[in-house]
Design a binder for this molecule. Sequence first.
Ligand code: SAH
Length: 396
Amino acid sequence: MSQLNLKPGRERSVLRRHPWIFDGAVENLSGRARSGDTVEVVAADGRVLGRAAWSPSSRIRARVWSFDPAESIDDAFFKRRIARALSRRSDLPELAGQQGLRLIHAEADGLPGVICDCYGDTLVLALSSAGAEKWRDAIVGALIKATGCARIYERSDADLRSLEGLPARCGWLHGDEGGAPVVIEESGVRMAVDIVAGHKTGFYLDQRENRQICRQLARGRRVLNCFCYTGGFSLQALAGGAATVLSVDSSGPALSAAAHNLALNPELEAGRGQWRGADVFSELRTLAAAGERYDLIVLDPPKFAPSPAHAERAARAYKDINLYGFRLLAAGGILMTYSCSGGIGIELFQKIVAGAAQDAKIEARIVRRLSAAADHPVLLDFPEGEYLKGLVCQVG
Ligand code: SAH
């Protein structure tokens, strides 16, 4: 096995069990490891710290598989890690019985570069690192055995892959590709999941709990759901007894999918839902100019800041939509506002939302802080894994 020798002092983060080794920490590589091969991580004083996957074309030059220098990285390793990820989820009652569930959340489950989501009897696997790519067959085999799922589809098409020198790859890995479309039920609401062309692996599983909070808050309220995608928040709001729900998204395919989802739940409609294909930034202005008011507004935009380098421009965009969100709230109204940008931390996000309320000349208080659901855990040793944050603000 090749050895990745660290520069003096650079063992500290590995000893704190941080799984990423950046190019600047690497003194040299002894041996001829190829992309994805397992290497031994060695401190400058010769101590062996663990085993990692070598990623020669990425700035994250290696991702640690195991901090136990004696643990072999082989088929059995992936079986163990996958079994542990599954049992972690079955140990949490709130996740029991969910038809849509993230089974493997990469670093947080000890499997950097591996995401696996389950939709009924279909798994969607997304591999994004050289190491995960190398062990693809072992991972697929272990998943089939551990879950008994009939079908596995690969969605390895995240932009991240190009940083690892890997081409995008999508397609069926196992099972009947001609089978039924994937439909899951979330708290009694049926949602079709487009695992082939939808965002991420097809659905925003991370917002599951937050959609439930929206459902609880929606009763009797006039709801505005911005960036509605396939209608997740909107349908839960309708199920919760909203008076009306206006849903806005600029994507035609997303709105068609939302219409299809509505048709899957005929009991929900009763003329309370309105769907609008529009740019949220301009639609918010149009609604404000028309004097419209809402009692519950959901703002769940796409990732405006994929990295801290984009934070400033993203902050302006978040400020803008939150400012209009506050302006459009009726007295006693509630704003559910999110950021899924890794480059914007919760403190900064709260400051942006506070600035928006000030500019709107509105007093609001945080009544709840939100994050991704429990099947998207954050490893204490790897806080970078945290990305989704939200605030529920009550006005008046
Ligand atoms: N809340 C959704 C997920 C939102 S994803 C859920 O829980 O399922 C973000 C959505 O924002 C996408 O559907 C995308 O089409 C839409 N979008 C991105 N930029 C937009 C813009 N400027 N105006 C309107 N919609 C936009």
